[in-house]
Design a protein around this ligand. Structure first.
Ligand SMILES: Nc1ncnc2c1ncn2[C@@H]1O[C@H](COP(=O)(O)OP(=O)(O)O)[C@@H](O)[C@H]1O
Ligand SMILES: [Mg+2]
Length: 282
């Protein structure tokens, strides 16, 4: 909670305290503290294996919360799972569109699952498709879409329930620069129109720098640095006493130290887990 304009407390859109999650011996999330404020675009950044997806899956209630707490607009993700689910739209790292359905059918499926009232469904599906620039392609099979179109279709699926919080896990991975910009333009347009909060994971530091209000640099299951991209870059410049402003990637290397190279094939440019959207669908 933080004080609102009238002094009344305002719940953060997402609030994690000492969240921990282990797969066997692997501590994927290791005491994560995270607060995403209402209305901001927050970037959870980090190399593959940092624990971003695991943390996101705890926040979306797809994984339990074995240790610590997770709150979404003040609702406890462990105790009020349905309330939390109703507040959020989620674009997972893995492909969530069906190539054998049209774009419109894919979005309609999500509208049904997320309890969009039957009377409003057709209109809301059309609006969601239009919001991501897919109105003209809506009645084509998703299997004919390009990688960028598939990602925008998944965005429409997540938006059709009019979520207050949109969570995107690596929304632009594997896309070309023009398609990446397209995805961000549509996210920002919806956000400007609705005021929804956005929590996004990425390992593209340039994107985070451009589009995120604040970022948390995650490494080995925990946030290691937090702030606006400009703050983090200025801080590092001051510490290093350099004139040229370092990049966000420089900041991450400084924060994570040599440990970044411990991950097998690690680093920001690791494409091991690149979504093979084009191959699987397009
Ligand atoms: N289903 C799983 N079973 C076992 N280990 C997993 C599983 N999912 C993730 N991990 C491990 O947990 C750690 C964090 O993974 P993940 O949350 O996917 O990180 P990120 O999204 O930042 O790449 C990694 O070491 C990964 O290998
Ligand atoms: Mg991930």
């Amino acid at each position: 909670m933080r004080p609102g304009p009238a002094g009344t407390p305002v719940a953060d859109a997402v609030s994690c305290t000492r969240l921990a999650y282990a797969f066997g011996d692997t501590l994927a999330v290791d005491g994560l503290d995270l607060a995403v404020r209402q209305g901001e675009v927050f970037g959870l950044l980090g190399p593959n294996g940092a624990g971003k997806t695991t943390a996101i899956r705890c926040i979306t209630t797809l994984l339990p919360v074995p240790a610590g707490t997770v709150g979404v607009f003040g609702h406890d993700a462990a105790k009020e799972r349905m309330a939390v689910r109703r507040l959020l739209g989620y674009v997972p790292q893995q492909l969530s569109a069906d190539s054998g359905l049209t774009g419109r059918e894919n979005v309609a499926l999500f509208a049904r699952v997320f309890d969009v009232p039957r009377r409003e469904r057709a209109e809301r599906v059309g609006q969601a498709l239009a919001a991501v620039g897919l109105a003209d392609a809506a009645d084509r099979l998703a299997g004919t879409y390009s990688g960028g179109m598939v990602r925008r279709l998944e965005l429409a699926q997540a938006l059709v329930s009019a979520p207050r919080l949109l969570i995107l896990d690596e929304p632009t991975i594997g896309l070309d620069p023009i398609a990446r910009t397209g995805v961000w333009d549509h996210i920002n347009a919806v956000r400007a129109a609705t005021g929804m909060t956005v929590l996004v994971t990425t390992h593209y530091m340039d994107e985070a720098d451009q589009y995120c209000d604040r970022v948390g640099l995650m490494h080995r299951g925990r946030i290691r640095a937090l702030g606006t991209p400009a703050e983090l870059r200025r801080d590092l410049a001051e510490r290093q006493g350099t004139d040229t402003l370092p990049t966000l990637e420089d900041v991450f290397r400084d924060v994570a130290g040599s440990g970044l190279d411990d991950h097998s094939g690690g680093g920001f440019r690791d494409v091991r887990s690149t979504r093979r959207t084009a191959r699987r669908v397009g």
